[in-house]
Ligand binder design. Structure first.
Ligand code: LRH
Length: 492
């Protein structure tokens, strides 16, 4: 029996999941779950790095006391980073990408290097949150801190460093930065030179599955555990989630969490006019292929709405939210779920009401109506993005695999099947942790490759199928939705 620990730091919480593999099936045991709440100080949103590292240590201690651990791996979301000074200490708390400091930064970057060139060199969807634009905004606001940087470590690499004292950068997370060459799988010298980012600042790249090092003796002693190997997994949470998609043929996936990552796996990056036009990203996947995907809003608006209802004294579970939404009138109002104002923390229901009024639509009033318009608009947007991906690839797919937390949101899975007009296979919900575990098991040779791993996922976890319903009705509303988007009516 192989036993490895996956630490998956997501937007609302972090999870420590023990993965046990008996040679046939994979079993998961949740060891610890902790909050991941950004800190707001002087108008800046930061990672609560001390609290998170404390919980990572706690997770290791708890897991090691339950079972022998062969290794541990950490994944988090992309683009964010910590900065080390020449003594190897953190220069400041890492800033969270939902901070507003990068608003408009990609436009500024385009004055230095055209959008076409930025895209051609990195294959990355141009998003203000990308590491390059975060660095530009740091330089603009605090050049002194920028000059003190000795090493930039993306967040999973930073946690690996805190555990092992070894600074390395894993390739899947590097591929989210807009600083990375997706063909050579190296830092892009041209981007670094153009934006005056010293190459020495960037970490030495390692492949998923590589061992970073062992937990330092000091830490092992502090925690009363063995010096366990720390593995560079698909440390970008999206890469981990995709690794666990239970499908071996060509597939379309939606990795459904705070964000929705919609795409497919391809052998070589696709960087052309159409993919640039649709702003579709090429990221490295856990097995050296490329994930061609688009990063669009996901369950964030639901999560933030739930929090707002709580602040107002109305407590719902996610299934209660889905239940009330089922009974609300359909297609009351359409949202562009990627509208900038919906992406920042705060009172989302109020922003939806303001948005509906400003776009001359019915203003959703009740909690049920608010939740329903979010889910419906997400499903409509999914169809749009799936059509874009299919156009870029030049191929139609018949099934959509939904993995991640959103695979448990029956209402969204069914609406997706309806909107897209394809069968949806939902699950596994713990896709990211499973992918993290799989890469550790492939790294140690316990599992041969991703193909075998995906068979194991299929036989180990419950998958649910959704067939499309009311396709004509959804098609009608999809056409209205596309028209409104096209003529700019969904942008106040
Ligand atoms: C999803 C994700 C996504 C982006 C974003 C910042 O959790 O990692 O792929 O990188 O977060």
């Amino acid at each position: 029996m192989k036993q490895v620990l996956a630490l998956d730091l997501g937007a609302s919480n972090g999870r420590a999941i023990l993965g046990k593999y008996d040679g046939e099936k994979l079993y998961l045991q949740e060891i610890h779950r902790f909050e991941n709440i950004p800190i707001e100080e002087e108008n800046t949103l930061y990672w609560d790095i001390e609290a998170l590292f404390f919980e990572i240590k706690n997770s290791l201690r708890l897991a090691a006391h339950i079972s022998h651990l062969d290794s541990v791996g950490i994944d988090t979301w992309g683009v964010d980073f910590g900065l080390l000074d020449s003594a190897g200490n953190l220069l400041a708390r890492p800033v969270h990408y939902r901070d507003r400091r990068t608003e408009g930064m990609s436009k500024k970057a385009e004055k230095i290097l055209t959008k076409e060139k930025l895209y051609q060199l990195t294959g990355n969807q141009i998003l203000d949150i990308n590491t390059l634009f975060q660095l530009m905004s740091l330089k603009e606001r605090n050049v002194k801190q920028f000059e003190q940087i000795n090493k930039l470590l993306l967040m999973p690499d930073l946690f690996n460093y805190l555990l092992t004292n070894t600074a390395k950068t894993e390739i899947t997370i590097a591929s989210t930065t807009q600083l990375f060459d997706p063909y050579k799988k190296k830092w892009s010298k041209e981007i670094l030179n153009t934006f005056h980012i010293p190459e020495s600042m960037m970490g030495e790249l390692v492949e998923p599955g590589a061992t970073i090092g062992n937990i330092t003796p000091v830490l092992a002693e502090e925690l009363g555990i063995a010096e366990i190997p720390v593995i560079a997994v698909g440390s970008h949470d999206t890469a981990s989630a995709i690794a666990s998609v239970p499908c071996n043929e060509e597939f379309l996936f939606i990795s459904s969490g705070t964000w929705s990552l919609i795409g497919t796996e391809i052998k070589q990056p696709i960087i052309n006019e159409t993919s640039l036009y649709y702003n579709i990203t090429n990221e490295s996947s856990a097995d050296k292929t490329t994930s061609l995907l688009k990063n669009i809003a996901g369950l964030w608006m639901i999560q933030e709405t739930k929090r707002q209802f709580e602040r107002e004294g109305r407590i719902y579970s996610y299934s209660e939210l889905a239940e009330i939404a089922q009974h609300a009138k359909p297609f009351n109002c359409y949202l562009d779920t990627d509208y900038l104002e919906f992406q920042h923390p705060g009172n989302i229901p109020k922003r939806i009401r303001q948005y509906a009024a400003a776009t001359d639509q019915y203003v959703p009033n009740t909690d049920a109506e608010i939740v329903r318009v979010i889910y419906e608009s997400l499903a409509l947007k999914y169809r749009l993005v799936i059509e874009e991906i299919q156009e870029v690839i030049g191929k139609e797919y018949s099934i959509v695999n939904i993995v991640g937390g959103g695979a448990q949101a029956e209402i969204l899975c069914q609406m997706t099947a309806n909107a897209v007009g394809k069968k949806v296979i939902a699950g596994p919900a713990e896709a990211t942790a499973i992918g993290n575990i799989i890469v550790q098991l492939i790294g140690s040779g316990a599992i041969q490759d991703l193909q075998q791993a995906r068979e194991i996922v299929k036989s180990s976890f419950r998958l649910v199928e959704y067939q499309p319903k009311d396709e004509q009705l959804w098609k009608q509303h999809y056409e209205i939705y596309c028209h409104l988007l096209k003529v700019g009516r969904l942008h106040p």
